[in-house]
Design a protein around this ligand. Sequence first.
Ligand SMILES: [Zn+2]
Length: 691
Amino acid sequence: MFIALLAHLTIVSAYGPLDYNSIKERFSELESRCEFIKVTSAQKKYGIAYPDHCDGCEHMIVTIGSSLNPSTPQVYFSGCLHGDERVGPVVLTELATYICDNYDEDEWIKRIVDTRTIIMTPMTNAVGYYRNQREEMHNKNSDDPNRDFPFDNPYSCFSTLAAKTIQKIYEEYLIIAGITFHGGESSLTYPWGAYNHYKNGKSTEAPDDAAFKSISKALLKYSEANLKVGTMSDVVYPVNGGLEDWAYAGGWDNQKSPCFSQNFSNPEGLRQAFFLVEAHDNKSPKSSLYGNVEEVKTGGGGLIPQYIRMTLSLTDIAKPYITHKVTRIPAGVLIEWELWGCIDVVYTQIYYTVTVSSNEWETWNSTQKFTGGCKWGNFTQFSQIFKTDEFYFVIIAKVDDWTQQITPDPNISPQTHMVRMRNSQNYKVKNSMFEIVGDDKIVTQIHKVTDVPMRQLRALLPQGEFIIKIFPGYIDIISQESDLNVSNYGDYRYTDQTESLMKILCNIKGPVKIGKYKNCNDPYVLAGKLIMTSDGKSSAIIEAEPSAEMLTSAICQNKDIVITINKENDKTFYVSVYSDYNWVQIKNGDNSINVTLEQGKGNKFWKFGNNLIIGATIKYKSEKNMGSCVVGIAENTKFSHSYTKIELPKWALAVLIFAKVLAVLIIIAAKLRRKKGVILTERKYEELDLV
Ligand SMILES: [Zn+2]
């Protein structure tokens, strides 16, 4: 195991061509290793026919995502419609591998998996890819799947298995954006690409042209791919029956395809921001051009790292969102925030109030309006200092105004979900299973800032043991000595509602249920902060930071972590954290927190102001005359995944520590080499050093 670990640390993993069977094997390995990757086929899932001319081939369909609920944003990637264009399938296979390998370590990758669904057909034209032929062979015919979609095409209509696979996917899902990979040129293009919008040898302007241009620019910037950009008709050539224009406009433009209405049940699904990538001039470029896995993070690099970055950023752009952090500084309270999932910030501002009498934040005070860029544009970090110790706030933003085109053809407003969900109030589109929800601005959950200096954290925990368990619908606080039961105590995020409850709790009577969350998929289920005050002398805080969606999924899986708090002297206490996969101890002095890893894999701890934040379902145990403590819950913790507890002899621990030191050195070296502007992860909290 240690040899394998060391080998993994030192080998640079080069990408290279993959054939049908290697891709199939890789996905079955990924599916067994990462529970958020699901692999099926159009044959198994939709009952389409098995192909001939291809030994046991199936049309593989892969989904990546841990939180598929009706409104999870969805993107779609096609590896190849032409079987001899070999780069796309490798891109999607290595994209899935990269996501699987980095989910635990990379906050952004985790966020992508936890808040989006990627649907992909790595080898869309399975027969062609298996045989390394452009078209799909059937009986004695060969058909081109990318002329087989009912858009500006009176002849052919999902007659290939590849097109049928996509038809079924598009009937089931409601996809916001997508990329179809091809090869033979080097370009990134967008509609129009059909003859019905082709005049005087040129493409006319699509009603979503502004969005297509802006997104293309962002995809090129982050991928660092060297590609020609423009409309499909201008840069590549116009076709009848192509996937791209069908996916963009099949639901609303004149399809000129008699088969359309009989053969497609989800026309609202055909409003995508859809891009065609011709991956390289050579349909099957030489191996040395593929690049390696390290280059995904360092920037630049070969074809595969470039297109992994491109697919990841488009997945993020599928829906805008705000991240923020709150820090107590000498001057007051600092709120810093960023816009992700978008390109331009039209404006953003904070609404705040000291007393909250309702959730109508529009009536609160507001800061000035800031302008700038999102993560995928001219990235701006916004900040504001507040002098008030305790207040409520929401952050709002309007992003990506893509409503104006010059000469749209047809002359109508933008049609894509991507544009409408950013610019139409209460935008909502549904099919039988899914919905796309948007608004003309983004508004965060209501957050509360509470003053909690360390000196106030002296607490007398009740004697004996009590357990706090957090579930999707409620919190349980359980004491062995009593059985007070308070249920449905309202939304625990509001301190004034919970404080009096906590007074009861800290005299400890349990079990107690408080809080009424929404459901496992609610990203804000744990937002907020609790203050427990018992008899005036003691307090303890459970701090639940906003946007704890990752934690939510952990809680839904009922992972437990035990936290034990012990007092060493008046100024120092230590907290021991135990779960079925790790065990660490934290020592806490007056204003500094030292963390010591005692055994196994470290949990994650963050310093947040002066507070220690730990993510967990918590078993909270005190001993006699315990000191004060603060424990909390934050995102970025690692328990939405299963771990195996490792019992190690001492010599093995020494080897492991050596390997970890080596890993840290390698990471530091990689960071030093890292180019500006391509850092994949942005830490939201100051992370305490573990090992
Ligand atoms: Zn092609």
